[in-house]
Design a protein around this ligand. Sequence first.
Ligand SMILES: Cc1cc2nc3c(=O)[nH]c(=O)nc-3n(C[C@H](O)[C@H](O)[C@H](O)COP(=O)(O)OP(=O)(O)OC[C@H]3O[C@@H](n4cnc5c(N)ncnc54)[C@H](O)[C@@H]3O)c2cc1C
Length: 386
Amino acid sequence: MDHKLSPELEDLRRTVEQFAHDVVAPKIGDFYERHEFPYEIVREMGRMGLFGLPFPEEYGGMGGDYLALGIALEELARVDSSVAITLEAGVSLGAMPIHLFGTEEQKRTWLPRLCAGEMLGAFGLTEPDGGSDAGATRTTARLDETTGEWVINGTKCFITNSGTDITGLVTVTAVTGRKPDGGPRISAIIVPSGTPGFTVAAPYSKVGWNASDTRELSFSDVRVPAANLLGEEGRGYAQFLRILDEGRIAIAALATGLAQGCVDESVAYAKERHAFGRPIGANQAVQFKIADMEMKAHTARLAWRDAASRLVAGEPFKKEAALAKLYSSTVAVDNARDATQIHGGYGFMNEYPVARMWRDSKILEIGEGTSEVQRMLIARELGLVS
Ligand SMILES: Cc1cc2nc3c(=O)[nH]c(=O)nc-3n(C[C@H](O)[C@H](O)[C@H](O)COP(=O)(O)OP(=O)(O)OC[C@H]3O[C@@H](n4cnc5c(N)ncnc54)[C@H](O)[C@@H]3O)c2cc1C
């Protein structure tokens, strides 16, 4: 692995860095305070091609890969995680399942608008009775042979991007039958927004990611055409494991960005804030804290880029993705706590970006597989079976 980004990726990094600094940073705090989705910023991200980064040009994508997506996510999250998670979920959970498992017709129907950021897609896996244990899915889909439609019933919770004005679809996992051993056959089905019986609840009141959209969804005899099945019937479980493996690299890049953003803010503050007649950054205790924060952000970056490089090269990456997600989310929480401490009382004021980073960091240890689930995966990859 080359430690340098290619000239194209470095250009992308600089472009997103500039956008985050010039467009996102000055505006996002107000959206966050109002718990409001920043449509204009997301539209601009769409115009820049960010939602199409890892998709082929023939479907409206930019022809890049997961490294490119990670670079963009890291730079956005250095400044704000709400817009970063909107991009992450739109690409990794909304569009990627259609790209990886969709029919040609499904790709042509959905991908161009998803890649342009004119439409957002969501992925509904988690249910009120279980997220980590996704095999325990209770939502059902029955094929009505007379009408040729899936009839879906159930509830999904905590679904990102599922209720914005530009949400076009949610791919849901549902039990579509039983295996000979009695276990569930899980399938993934595309449900367009506005389908009768598909209800989107009001946004949750969240601790963080307050300028992103998260909702509970309910399905009551929701009918969609049989052709909305995504991939093979009964293969939904294997499909979403693949989606989550990839998504972990994206979350790791996002977490690295948050960890780096904490360093950026802390260095600036430590130089300008004075106590006892000198900048607080002249104290070794503060310097060492920031040095450790930089070490953690740097190492997290190496971890997610390593996992992404393996994915792009077509090599196994499951363990590396779990390691990157576990490590980067841990250090994002560490750095957010330390950055807040360096800011003293101001770190507890929402007008300071580090306060937002502190609130946004915790979910990184929970979403797309908790830290415990990452440890389970790593242990399994090491051959340990419980
Ligand atoms: C803001 C937000 C956005 C989200 N977006 C989406 C989305 O777009 N789509 C989607 O499908 N989901 C989404 N989620 C759901 C998220 O992925 C789940 O919350 C997460 O996977 C954990 O599931 P759970 O909440 O059911 O916790 P549980 O699975 O109930 O876990 C509770 C605790 O028990 C631990 N635990 C469980 N099993 C074990 C075990 N075997 N060994 C040790 N510890 C264990 C867990 O690690 C955790 O600490 C989102 C969540 C949030 C908060």
